[in-house]
Design a protein around this ligand. Structure first.
Ligand code: DAH
Length: 341
């Protein structure tokens, strides 16, 4: 009778386990038979009702039953897991030959790259950075820079006037005045920033970036400017780059020079980039005009200084061989992607 009962229990446990649809259902069956309140424990409790001499025999039997059931559950569970895994692999199958999904990542704009490089070069020579305002008064942009009221640079065609006395700065040179008004020499400042001019063709854009340099101290000469520019050209363009100063005119410098760098594309032999001359104009510079020093309360008898200003877009165009400045503002990803560092 007892034997029949245990056999029955064993059979129905295995049957139910085999019918379980998933591991969760199987677990429930297992708990029902082998859990703390399960049938096997219930069976074990019956031991109390038996005469003492039958108890050890009964206990052994129930334990053997439990072990058999445990093994059976393990086997069934393993088979079930394998089945579940096979099904998952079928539905979630991965095509390893499929091309990966590209994740678009940004990169610095070539103008930013060049601007950062310029800042690095000059910061390495001990220049401090000063960024002036983009909206300037006529005084800072022109008057204090020794630019007389009838100078062509003041023409409405070049300058975006906001009203009678305020304008969008046309040059970072305006920063020279602000720096000298606020700091006594020695001064060694680099002033990067956006400037604006009513000008628009393949090499001019109404908004572009400039980088202004100003050095004022006792005994500063044009030779200091030259040496510093040579260093700049070597770092920015090529180890063999040379500079050339040509006489020029700017209202705020005297003497004024235009600075050419030997063409990095042809090494100075002459090519399409340098239009056969071997030289490329990169910036304007000069010794700070005595009037400009005076306008800022700096005594020209005691101090002298040089200044230079360059177009960041122009340097970027030369460095990367870009032939149209518009490419730098259109932000066509096919263009920008080529400058990924
Ligand atoms: N501000 C001039 C320009 O925009 C460039 C320039 C020339 C800056 C000579 C200077 C300088 O500091 O000394 O064309």
């Amino acid at each position: 009778m007892e034997q029949e009962k245990t056999d029955q229990l064993e059979q129905s446990a295995i049957k139910e386990a085999e019918q379980a649809e998933d591991s969760r259902a199987l677990y429930e069956v297992k708990m029902r038979f082998l859990g703390r309140m399960g049938s096997v424990i219930q069976l074990m409790k019956k031991m109390r009702d038996l005469p003492p001499e039958e108890r050890p025999e009964f206990g052994k039997k129930v334990n053997a039953l439990r072990e058999r059931l445990e093994r059976a559950f393990e086997r069934i569970e393993l088979a079930l897991k394998m089945r579940e895994l096979a099904e998952r692999l079928k539905t979630e199958n991965v095509d390893v030959t499929m091309p990966g999904r590209k994740r678009a990542s940004g990169a610095l704009h070539p103008v930013t790259v060049v601007k950062n490089q310029l800042v690095d070069i000059f910061a390495g020579m001990g220049f401090e950075i000063y960024e002036g305002p983009e909206i300037e008064s006529e005084y800072y942009n022109f008057t204090a820079l020794n630019t007389p009221a009838d100078h062509p640079a003041r023409d409405m065609q070049d300058t975006f006037y906001l009203n009678d006395s305020f304008l969008l700065r046309t040059q970072t040179s305006a920063g020279q005045i602000r720096v000298m008004e606020n700091k006594k020499p020695p001064i060694k400042v680099l002033s990067p920033g956006r400037v604006f001019r009513s000008d628009d063709d393949a090499t001019h854009s109404p908004m572009f970036h400039q980088m202004e340099g100003l050095v004022v101290d006792k005994g500063v000469t044009l030779c200091d400017l030259r040496g510093m520019l040579d260093e700049f050209a070597r770092t920015m363009f090529s180890e063999t780059s040379k500079t050339r100063l040509r006489p020029s005119y700017f209202p705020f410098t005297e003497p004024s020079v235009e600075v050419d760098v030997s063409c990095a594309a042809c090494g100075g032999d002459g090519c399409a980039l340098c239009k056969g001359t071997g030289w490329i104009e990169v910036l304007g510079a000069g010794m700070v005009h005595a009037n400009v020093l005076k306008n800022c309360g700096v005594d020209p008898e005691e101090y002298s200084g040089f200044a230079f200003g360059m177009g960041v877009e122009r340097i970027a165009m030369l460095k990367y061989g870009i032939n149209n400045i518009k490419l730098l503002t259109e932000n066509d990803v096919r263009f920008l992607e080529q400058f990924r560092g």
